[in-house]
Design a protein. Structure first.
Length: 688
């Protein structure tokens, strides 16, 4: 392996903001009330000359049940505190720099989401686009003279006016029925309304206003950006600014079970002519970025069609000849965000790596991979002429900006402290450990000791199970499953990256497919036994298991197959009936890959690890939580879970959020979620 992998570490001594010694009675422990109020830093963007960085901070307005995003500007050369930009007062997000130093951003201040710009450090702003539909995201051309915007339009309409008229007519209709002839019928949390995401390109005049927008992806049957989480990384201008390369999947009638995203090139005339640059690969191709000299196109690609958790390998395409080579084929990690270094000799990528998410530098000639960051989670970055600005968080620290030189030898320098109110908070001590899991293979896990736990004292345990299932509960900050909120409430936390988790090599990730209920369960059982033997502060007689999505599935599976250690269970949006899930979920490629086929071709695979078949063994009290707009794991799964519990006479409670999807995003709902979950834990683990 070419990568110089870093090793497992105890986090308490290394992470910024680690807990400080204090008398137990004087500790200010971190709680879920504190979590709701944490400022969320994201999206660092460095100016073209590398002097300034703009970033977003989302603050919580709890009385109004909303988040408020502001843009901040930091001078990297002069130093000093960051400046909140005045343009934030009327709403501003997605800031991007033009070559001339103009700062563009999105705002809804005109009544719809449009592109705006400022030329005076955010003092004033002018409207750049005035389109009849919302701008979802955008990208500037290399010269800054064109603007590509993503809009949701009716693909069979000839122009935007037609799309607007059709949407208005549908809204005014007294009938509400919708007829579908092909799936997706709904996706993530939205019913299909007949629109697709498409890209329009407009010139930017000397006055800073956009001219008439040309529909450059007209005639393409598919979404770009992709739904539901695509952004401007799905499309980019060609180096000469005369064309567009975008990542998209042809919808047709196979969209719900296809992962065949390709890179397509088109001109800016709206000709409807598209060249498939990656037609040879029937799996996922994504994230096109051109080299500084314009000669090479870098992108990430999977190899196996239908598998959303396959390894993403960095590929390089010669623009002139179309020849490609796999740059990181020998690196057993999956590349995420991708940017070129200014000299074009290396690429920066992020990737999960043994419980961390690091920034790596990849030599474009040799493919050698060097880690640039240590413990923690890199959530976003941008390249400067001198180095890299990146957002780093960890189990005991929400995101702040850091700087690292290109040489990578110096210690990183912290640039921001957006949560000064946490300076006096005491966090639980976290440690990574390993044990021999399924097949005798090494499995990694974390344990968090409650803040202020006295020597010799034992703590009840929250056993957190991650979702995905191809995911990880690593050294990262979370706003949904934050281990420190449990530690602050007096609970020890155990989190195991069982077989199927990401960041430990592709074979480890692959091992869960068609094995949802045996290999991960064996890891959880062995990890629990190891943790109890290794950490004397864990009270194995007072413990609850909690999980969401696949973690919720595992809670249901545990209820019928390993209920002995648990005083209670918490299941958020978990799968109850794997067979029914194979028909009811929206992204069918996921269930079909992980079960080895369709429910009608291999029904036995769907039944092999089906929690619904083991309800007779259920006996443990369970809290069930569901977002009614969750179309990934539909509400019927949680209703079936609750009905099974009630019919069996098992103590149970159901919490439903009519306005939430697979996640809980609204501040007041998050507060209620935490109050309900911690109330359930306290009732079963702390009551006399």
């Amino acid at each position: 392996m070419r990568c110089a992998l870093l090793f497992s570490v105890a986090l308490a001594a290394l992470a910024v903001g680690a807990a400080r010694p204090a008398a137990a009675q004087d500790l200010d422990r971190f709680t879920y009330d504190d979590l709701i109020q944490v400022n969320r830093l994201s999206d660092p963007q460095v100016s073209m000359v590398g002097q300034q960085v703009v970033y977003a901070v989302r603050a919580t307005d709890l009385p109004n049940n909303r988040g408020v995003t502001s843009l901040y500007l930091l001078d990297l050369e002069a130093g000093g505190p960051a400046e909140r930009l005045d343009i934030s007062d009327e709403g501003a997000n997605t800031a991007r720099w033009a070559p001339d130093g103009t700062l563009y951003f999105l705002s809804g201040r005109s009544g719809s989401s449009q592109v705006w710009a400022t030329r005076d450090r955010g003092g004033t702003a002018h409207q750049v686009t005035d389109l009849p539909v919302d701008v979802q995201t955008y990208r500037l051309s290399p010269a800054g003279d064109r603007l590509a915007v993503a809009l949701a339009v009716h693909p069979d309409c000839p122009d935007l006016a037609c799309s607007v008229a059709r949407t208005e007519a549908e809204a005014a209709s007294k009938s509400t029925g919708i007829v579908y002839d092909r799936a997706f019928v709904r996706h993530w949390d939205t019913w299909k309304d007949g629109t697709q995401n498409h890209v329009f390109v407009a010139p930017v005049g000397a006055d800073g206003r956009a001219g008439e927008a040309v529909w450059v992806t007209r005639g393409f049957d598919g979404d770009t950006p992709s739904k539901p989480f695509g952004d401007e990384s799905d499309f980019t201008f060609t180096p000469d600014g005369q064309g567009l390369v975008f990542s998209a999947r042809v919808a047709g009638r196979t969209e719900p079970w296809s992962t065949n995203f390709d890179l397509w090139r088109t001109d800016l005339s709206g000709s409807g002519q598209f060249t498939n640059l990656t037609d040879a690969n029937d799996a996922w191709d994504a994230g096109p970025v051109f080299s500084p000299d314009g000669r090479t196109l870098a992108y990430r690609a999977m190899a196996r069609p239908g598998f959303e958790a396959d390894r993403l390998v960095v590929h390089l395409m010669d623009v002139a000849t179309g020849r490609t080579r796999a740059l990181t084929a020998d690196w057993d990690r999956s590349a995420d965000a991708l940017q070129w270094a200014p000299d074009g000799r290396s690429l920066y990528v992020t990737a999960q790596d043994v419980g961390q998410t690091r920034l790596f530098a990849v030599d474009v000639r040799s493919g050698d991979v060097v880690p640039m960051t240590g413990p923690g989670h890199v959530g976003g970055f941008d390249v400067t002429p001198a180095g890299v600005v990146y957002a780093r968080d960890a189990l005991d620290a929400p995101a702040d900006l850091w700087f690292k030189t290109h040489r990578g030898r110096e210690m990183p320098r912290q640039l921001t402290r957006v949560n000064p109110q946490l300076a006096d908070e005491t966090f639980g001590e976290a440690e990574q450990f390993t044990f021999a899991g399924w097949n005798g293979e090494t499995v990694h896990a974390y344990v968090i000791k409650p803040a202020g736990l006295a020597p010799g004292e034992k703590a009840p345990v929250a056993f957190l199970i991650h979702g995905g299932p191809q995911g990880s509960f690593g050294n990262a900050w979370s706003y949904r499953w934050n281990a420190q909120t449990y530690a602050g409430a007096g609970y020890a936390v155990v989190m195991i990256d069982f077989h199927g988790s990401t960041g430990y090599g592709q074979a480890f990730t692959d091992s869960i497919s068609q094995h949802w209920g045996d290999r991960p369960l064996e890891d959880l059982q062995k990890g629990w036994a190891h943790a109890l033997a290794a950490y004397d502060f864990l009270d194995g007689e007072r413990a609850c298991a909690l999980g969401a999505s696949y973690g919720g599935y595992m809670v249901n599976w545990i209820a019928g197959n390993w209920s002995e250690p648990w005083d209670c269970l918490v299941n958020h949006d978990g799968i109850f009936d794997t067979f029914g899930m194979g028909y009811a979920t929206e992204e069918l490629w996921f269930t079909e890959w992980d079960n080895g086929g369709t429910p009608y071709d291999v029904p036995e695979n769907y039944q092999r690890f089906n929690p619904a078949n083991h309800v007779r063994n259920w006996k443990t009290p369970m809290l069930v939580i569901q977002g009614d707009r969750d179309f990934r794991v539909p509400t019927t799964q949680s209703l079936a879970t609750f009905n099974a519990l009630q019919r069996r006479g098992i103590e149970s409670r159901l919490l439903v959020f009519p306005d939430e999807n697979h996640w809980v995003l609204r501040s007041a709902n998050s507060l209620q979620w935490h109050q309900t979950v911690f109330g359930w834990l306290d009732q079963h683990l702390k009551s006399e």
